[in-house]
Design a protein around this ligand. Structure first.
Ligand SMILES: *Cc1c(COP(=O)(O)O)cnc(C)c1O
Length: 219
């Protein structure tokens, strides 16, 4: 169930940080998404291509879909016709595939580069040095149907808030360094913070948080 009371409180809090909210609706029904849309939410995040492609045609309101799961190259074509932002670019072959699919659909797709900041082997992403090198070598400018809007990261799943803060702070510093190289036509995005750690993320400079369970209940 969509928690509209929490939603409105969260939006007020985000306004003071000038940060955006991705409502993470994975494993939740379209009826929950509709309640959030009716409350004024526009940006929604999904993790699974099949689930997203089933929900997308069910919704007639204007909506901004962000893909936040691990994306396989052979599934890119399924989301390319409608996806607004892919937050989880973790290799250049994936970016090339997305650029090709965006071009075929006559679209521009925004992307975030996912950066590995946690200590868990199960997470994906570039390391910091790779990100710096990609911008130095201007690798992304050859992709004409892609706009690089910023960075995304997930902190370690731990109760150690000092560690979480340090991981977010490291990502913020990288973001600050590469910001001048980002697409000038869009607001730079630093996507970090989930239900368990979004307050720390906002303190450390997040411009976009991704909230699922606090909005829609546990999965
Ligand atoms: C599921 C998910 C979220 C939301 O997680 P909650 O803890 O439910 O807020 C955010 N980001 C990513 C990448 C996710 O996979």
């Amino acid at each position: 169930m969509f928690d509209s009371q929490f939603y409105h409180k969260l939006i007020q809090e985000l306004n003071t940080y000038n940060a955006a909210l991705v409502a993470v609706s994975k494993k939740k029904p379209v009826s929950d998404i509709q309640l959030a849309l009716d409350a004024g939410q526009q940006i929604f995040g999904e993790n699974y291509v099949q689930e997203l492609c089933a929900k997308q045609p069910e919704i007639t309101d204007s909506i901004e879909w962000h893909f936040i799961g691990h994306l396989q190259r052979n599934k890119v074509k399924n989301i390319a016709p409608f996806i607004h932002t892919v937050q989880t670019i973790d290799n250049m072959n994936l970016l090339a595939e997305l650029d090709k699919a965006a071009s075929r659909n006559n679209r521009i797709i925004n992307v975030l580069l996912q950066v590995y900041i946690a200590t868990e082997e199960t997470k994906f992403g570039f390391d910091r040095e790779e990100v710096v090198r990609l911008f130095e070598e201007d690798v992304m400018s050859s992709f004409k149907n892609i706009r690089v809007a910023g960075l995304m990261g997930m902190a370690s799943n731990t109760n150690d808030t000092t560690q979480v803060r340090n991981e977010f702070n490291g990502l913020f510093k990288l973001f600050r360094d590469i910001k001048p190289e980002l697409n000038k036509n869009i607001r730079p995005v630093l996507s970090m913070g989930m239900t368990s750690d979004y307050k720390i993320a906002l303190d450390e400079g997040s411009t976009m948080i991704r909230i699922g369970s606090a909005l829609f209940g546990s999965r």
